[in-house]
Design a protein around this ligand. Structure first.
Ligand code: KDG
Length: 338
C-alpha cells in the first residue's frame, strides 16, 4: 500500500430525494463530496494511507464534512478550519431521459478565500508517494490555481508522483477570466498520471475535438496530450453513455504513447442509483493499480470496476472496498485495439 495526499475543496451536496425536483421537494439529502475527497475515501477503503489537504469553513458544516472523511479513515489533520462559508452543490437526480442537474453555490467559499489553506508542501510531499489534484481547483480562480501548481511542483521536487484528473466542469471554466489553455497546460505538464477526457483537452487546445465516436474523441485528445507533454506515457479516462439516466454504460480507456489504446469491455449498468463520483472512483482504482504495480491493463480494469460499482452507492463517496471490486471483476475483460 502507499501514501497519497489529495488536495481540493470539500463540498456539501444537498440533493432532492429520489427523483424529485428541487422545485418540489420539502427536504434535502445531505452528503459530503468534492472530487479529490472522493478519491481520498476510495484510496482509504482500498487500504492506503490517504490524507486530505485543504481548508473548510470553521463551523458545524465544515466540521461535519471532516467527520465524514474521518469515518472512512482519511487523515484530515491537514485540512485547516478557516473563516467563511462551506461550498455547496444542489443536485437533482435524473430520471428516464431527464439528465441530472448540478447547481453550484460555492462562490467565495472558505476554501477559495483561504487559497486552499497554507500548507508546508515540501514536508507533505516528502512523506507521500502520490499527490492527487483535479481541474476543479484551478477552475475556482487564480489563487486556487496557483495553490495547485505550488503543490504539484513541490511534489515533483520531492519525488512524489502527481496524478491529475481534468474533471472538466463547464460552469466553472465559463467564469474563468484568464488564459485557461495556458493554465491547464502548465498544470498538466506537472502530471505523471493524467486522467483527461477530450473535453479537458479542448480547454488545453482552445478548440473543439471533432470526432464521431467517444473513443475517437478520446484518442484525438490523447494524441494532443502526447504532443503537448513529451514526458507523458499514458492518458486515461472513462467513456460513458448517458442516453438514459437509469441505464448507463461505462468503459475505461487508456492511450499509450506508442499509439495503442487499451479499452475495457463496456459494462451496461441498469438501475443506476447514483453516478456522481464515478470518475473519482475510477481514478482511485487506477491509482490503486499503479501503487500496487499492476500492469496498465489490470489497473484500468480495476478502475472501471470501481467506477461501475459506484453507480450502486448513494452519495458521492464510493464505499466499495477491494473485495467488492475483485468480486465484480470475476466477470471482466480488456480488449486491446490498434
Ligand atoms: O466528481 C464528483 C464531484 O463533481 C462532486 O463531488 C462535486 O467536487 C465536486 C465538484 O466540484 O463538482
Amino acid at each position: 500500500s502507499g501514501k497519497i495526499i489529495c488536495f481540493g475543496e470539500l463540498l456539501l451536496r444537498l440533493g432532492a430525494p429520489g427523483q424529485q425536483l428541487l422545485l418540489q421537494t420539502p427536504t434535502l439529502d445531505v452528503h459530503v463530496g468534492g472530487a479529490e475527497a472522493n478519491v481520498a475515501v476510495s484510496m482509504a477503503r482500498f487500504g492506503h494511507a490517504a490524507r486530505m489537504v485543504g481548508a473548510v469553513a470553521d463551523n458545524a458544516l465544515g466540521h461535519a464534512a471532516l467527520g465524514e472523511l474521518r469515518r472512512h479513515g482519511v487523515d484530515v489533520s491537514d485540512v485547516q478550519s478557516v473563516p467563511g462559508r462551506m461550498g455547496l452543490y444542489f443536485l437533482t437526480t435524473g430520471a428516464l431521459h431527464r439528465p441530472s442537474e448540478v447547481l453550484y453555490d460555492r462562490a467565495d467559499s472558505a476554501f477559495v478565500r483561504a487559497g486552499g489553506g497554507r500548507h508546508d508542501w515540501p514536508a507533505l510531499c516528502a512523506g507521500s508517494d502520490w499527490l492527487h489534484v483535479s481541474g476543479i481547483t484551478p477552475a475556482l480562480g487564480e489563487v486556487s490555481a496557483n495553490a495547485v501548481l505550488e503543490a504539484m511542483r513541490a511534489a515533483r521536487q520531492a519525488g512524489c508522483k502527481v496524478s491529475f484528473d481534468g474533471n472538466y466542469r463547464p460552469s466553472l471554466w465559463q467564469s474563468w477570466a484568464g488564459d485557461a489553455p495556458r493554465l491547464l497546460r502548465a498544470i498538466m505538464a506537472e502530471a505523471d498520471l493524467l486522467f483527461a477526457s477530450h473535453r479537458d483537452m479542448q480547454v488545453v487546445l482552445g478548440h473543439e475535438v471533432r470526432e464521431d465516436t467517444a473513443e475517437q474523441r478520446f484518442a484525438a485528445g490523447a494524441r494532443a496530450a502526447f504532443e503537448a507533454f513529451p514526458h507523458l506515457s499514458q492518458m486515461t479516462a472513462t467513456i460513458r453513455d448517458s442516453d438514459s439516466v437509469q441505464q448507463q454504460s461505462l468503459a475505461g480507456i487508456t492511450a499509450l504513447r506508442d499509439g495503442r489504446l487499451l479499452q475495457t469491455r463496456r459494462y451496461t449498468l441498469a438501475g443506476v442509483i447514483d453516478r456522481i463520483g464515478t470518475g473519482d472512483a475510477f481514478a482511485a482504482g487506477v491509482l490503486h493499480g499503479a501503487i500496487e504495480g499492476m500492469p496498465v491493463e489490470q489497473a484500468l480494469q480495476f478502475g472501471v470496476a470501481a467506477g461501475c460499482l459506484k453507480h450502486s452507492v448513494p452519495g458521492d463517496f464510493n464505499w466499495m472496498g477491494m473485495a467488492d471490486v475483485d468480486a465484480f471483476l470475476a466477470d471482466g475483460g480488456v480488449d486491446v485495439k490498434r
